[in-house]
Design a protein around this ligand. Sequence first.
Ligand SMILES: Cc1cc2nc3c(=O)[nH]c(=O)nc-3n(C[C@H](O)[C@H](O)[C@H](O)COP(=O)(O)OP(=O)(O)OC[C@H]3O[C@@H](n4cnc5c(N)ncnc54)[C@H](O)[C@@H]3O)c2cc1C
Length: 319
Amino acid sequence: MGTTHDQVYDVAIIGGGSAGLSAALILARARRSAVVIDAGAPRNAPAAAAHGLLGQEGVNPLELLERGRQEAASYGARNLQGDVHRASGSAEDGFTLVLNDDSTIRAGQLLIATGVRDDLPSIPGLAERWGRDIVHCPYCHGWEIRDQRIGLLATGPMSAMQALLFHQWSEQMTFFPNGLEFPADQLEKVRALGITIVPGQLHGVDVVDDRLTAAVMDDGGQVGLDALAVPALTTARLDGLDELGVDVAENAAGVAIVADPAGHTSVPGVWAAGNVVNPGMQVSESAANGARVAMTINTEMVFARADRTIADSSNTVGA
Ligand SMILES: Cc1cc2nc3c(=O)[nH]c(=O)nc-3n(C[C@H](O)[C@H](O)[C@H](O)COP(=O)(O)OP(=O)(O)OC[C@H]3O[C@@H](n4cnc5c(N)ncnc54)[C@H](O)[C@@H]3O)c2cc1C
């Protein structure tokens, strides 16, 4: 039998990346009891540094989150290392989370900030180098690979446009359609910028001294590269959370939770923030989104308390 924590938290936050921890910081400072349960695998963990982050430029992603945990804890938020295996309940009766060690957490509101899983094409060598010289986002990695030989491996309908974007960082660009068809006007733009288009299927990558050196094609030909951009498809990390019944939808990048800008999902009392809602959000945006959603959670709890107090006093007057 696992431990059942006696406390019923105001808010339980599943996922302690930038979105979840930022929400915990705001909620704890708003004098709400908040617990963050985190499995410890933020999406950008394979990268050595997080870029484009004002005031924290180049910080190690895991170091950033450790600071965030300490900041939230300094105002009373509780950080638990663990994996939520099951979530159930409702806004009326409260929510219950079961963790991987069978312990149980209860809370009045639930915030899902579990991020996404990046699904790479099953080509040998890509996963091992992910976040190093196999990259997905020019704003995260573009500066570090500027003026180098960059390839872009097509994975979906946006890929020709993504090749154009990466060209802003290097004129030595190669586009691999990898068997996908693209509209003529998009290919015209790709050619107009001098991006080389290489037909055929990408079979693997060549690595020398722990550095990417080439893309290997299915006919055995090689194309020299220093970095390969792979726009991975993304899937909201919702394992074990299906009982809650939140709506999800497919977008151009994969599958995400449907939530409004304030973080309301289709289920009352269940909120969502960060990449699990929008995989395009950077660290700063995910943190800002977590903060905004936390402010709305707190505000709605304040209003709900006022409504309950009015209802209770009218019942007393009428008694
Ligand atoms: C390789 C790479 C490099 C990147 N580089 C940059 C960069 O330089 N700059 C930048 O701004 N952005 C960068 N990003 C984007 C950045 O990773 C995201 O913006 C950010 O991680 C989103 O934060 P999040 O809190 O939504 O999700 P995450 O950071 O992914 O955090 C979610 C957390 O929830 C946990 N979790 C999931 N399911 C459960 C569960 N059931 N129970 C408990 N915990 C759970 C996970 O383990 C994880 O710790 C990069 C992304 C990748 C893939």
